[in-house]
Design a protein around this ligand. Structure first.
Ligand SMILES: Cc1cc2nc3c(=O)[nH]c(=O)nc-3n(C[C@H](O)[C@H](O)[C@H](O)COP(=O)(O)OP(=O)(O)OC[C@H]3O[C@@H](n4cnc5c(N)ncnc54)[C@H](O)[C@@H]3O)c2cc1C
Length: 462
């Protein structure tokens, strides 16, 4: 709702010259849920925002569901706020606007020998979005989550003030923003640390596991050897083979590791993908046969991974096809991701894989890995094993995910809010023990709940 209309008409009409409102259909990457939102854009955000309430920042919309949606108020996109402001080549410290995407960083600074320190499985995420979900990548057991590469950020608060938050200044505000889902203010700029690299290639190996115990043992063993690791589990395997799959592990390749032909352009970067899913696949295409074919292809590709991999295939295989989310059809899909503590994890993951086998909901892409140390407040990663799996939306899916939520809760685990589409406020509160501390910070910096969103209301955060 717009504030201040009656009290200050002049200011309101002036603001109309600056801010543009547009109605548009908005979804997350999973295409579910979908609704009309009011998109608010304008150059003078920092001055004009005080006239609005109920505001949600949005990056590239790569969260899976209603994280960057707001059916009641306004959505403020950050994708045109993407200037690089300063770069210190000696320390690798980059200052940029919050709408800069990891893709932009790689394109611009990859050829100069720098790469994002922590990256999720897509490069099409903004720095602001990466902070708000405290994203993690394949090296979490070594590098931790996105917070570990953020030195500071400037945030526009509900008071209209812009403050710089870091580990030393406004430190509770700094920490509470990681996993804070954009509900504490608009991150305008950030200073992040990049990794110095010799090449944009990775050395990698793949290892097969015949069942869940072998797989978890393999992850434990290879995580001690390799900074990057991620496993795929065949969701169709049953009985003694339950949990079988392939683990891929790797490390940065140095110049000396490369073949003569790769050495010619060791810091090669690639542009936007050429492939595209031009339309929504019809629902009937998602059947048992396509599921078996897809899992057969993944098994083959994972087990036959070459010795060297360019960063695009190592980190971002899904980015190779634009709009691949349309492959799930118009009803969309969700990605269910949980983490459970190491103790008891084998039993819980087994039960969940068994539920997946019998639950009647089609399991598509999945990822299994082990997290290292977690951080504070609402940041998702916590020590334990994490499993993420895609399911197309269907009527059966909702009660099915409730059953999985109960298993995760029972095991002392939690769900990743950055991908979640279905969790309820009560379950979320039971999963995140620092929720009340986070809410105190929310009340301190945003007493009128100016920053809201659909997920904020669904999970009882606002
Ligand atoms: C193919 C794929 C692979 C993925 N792999 C991983 C993975 O490996 N690990 C992982 O952690 N995640 C992963 N994700 C999820 C993705 O990394 C996160 O959802 C990320 O936060 C999306 O960033 P975005 O810029 O698209 O933000 P959006 O999705 O647009 O928004 C995300 C959140 O950030 C808030 N926000 C956005 N901009 C700002 C700002 N300027 N100030 C304050 N708040 C803001 C929004 O309000 C929202 O709550 C994956 C997603 C996809 C599609």
């Amino acid at each position: 709702m717009r504030k201040g209309f009656a009290s200050n008409n002049l200011q309101y009409f002036l603001s109309l010259l600056e801010m543009i409102e547009k109605r548009a259909t908005v979804t997350g990457w999973g295409l579910y849920p979908s609704e009309e939102n009011t998109i608010l854009s304008g150059k003078n955000l920092e001055k004009e925002l005080g006239l609005y309430s109920d505001v949600t920042p949005r990056g590239l919309g790569r969260s899976y569901a209603d994280q960057a949606m707001n059916g009641r108020g306004y959505v403020v996109p950050f994708t045109d706020r993407k200037r690089f402001l300063a770069f210190d080549e000696r320390s690798g410290s980059l200052e940029c606007e919050a709408g800069v995407a990891l893709y932009d960083i790689i394109q611009t600074l990859g050829p100069r020998g720098f790469f994002p320190m922590i990256t999720p499985g897509t490069k099409f995420v903004t720095v602001g979005g990466a902070i708000a979900n405290d994203v993690h990548g394949k090296a979490h057991h070594v590098d931790g989550s996105f917070k570990n590469c953020v030195e500071s950020f400037d945030i526009l608060l509900a008071s209209g003030k812009v403050v710089t938050a870091s580990r030393k200044k406004h430190s509770e505000l700094f920490h509470a923003n990681f996993g804070g889902l954009g509900l504490l203010g608009l991150i305008l700029r950030a200073r992040i640390k990049l990794r110095k690299i010799e090449t944009t290639y990775f050395k990698q190996q793949s290892f097969k596991a015949r069942n869940l115990d072998e797989m978890l043992d393999l992850i434990d063993e290879k995580d001690r050897e390799f900074p990057y690791s991620v496993a795929w589990v065949n969701p169709l395997a049953r009985g003694k083979s339950l949990g079988k799959g392939v683990l891929t592990a790797g490390d940065h390749a140095g110049i000396e590791d490369l073949s003569a032909s790769l050495k010619k352009e060791p810091l090669k970067v690639t542009g936007m993908p050429g492939l595209n899913v031009p339309f929504f696949m019809p629902g009937f295409a998602l059947n048992g046969l396509t599921l078996r074919i897809l899992n057969g292809v993944i098994n083959y590709v994972q087990s036959h991974a070459g010795q060297f991999s360019h960063y695009d295939s190592f980190f971002y295989p899904l980015d190779a096809i634009n709009n691949w989310n349309r492959g799930y059809g118009k009803r969309g899909f969700t990605q269910y991701q949980f983490v459970v503590p190491v103790e008891g994890a084998r039993l819980t993951i087994r039960k969940i894989l068994e539920e997946i086998g019998t639950g009647g909901c089609k399991p598509f892409l999945n990822v299994l890995k082990k997290f290292g140390k977690g951080t504070d407040y609402l940041s998702f990663p916590a020590p334990g094993y994490t499993f993420a799996i895609d399911f197309p939306i269907s009527r059966k899916l909702f009660p099915f995910l409730k059953r999985l939520d109960a298993l995760v809760l029972d095991a002392g685990g939690r769900i990743y809010a950055g991908k979640d589409a279905t969790l309820d406020a009560q379950s979320f509160a039971s999963m995140y023990s620092q929720l009340e501390d986070w809410k105190k910070i929310k009340r301190k910096y945003d007493p009128q709940n100016m920053f809201q969103s659909d997920i904020g209301r669904r999970l009882g955060l606002v």
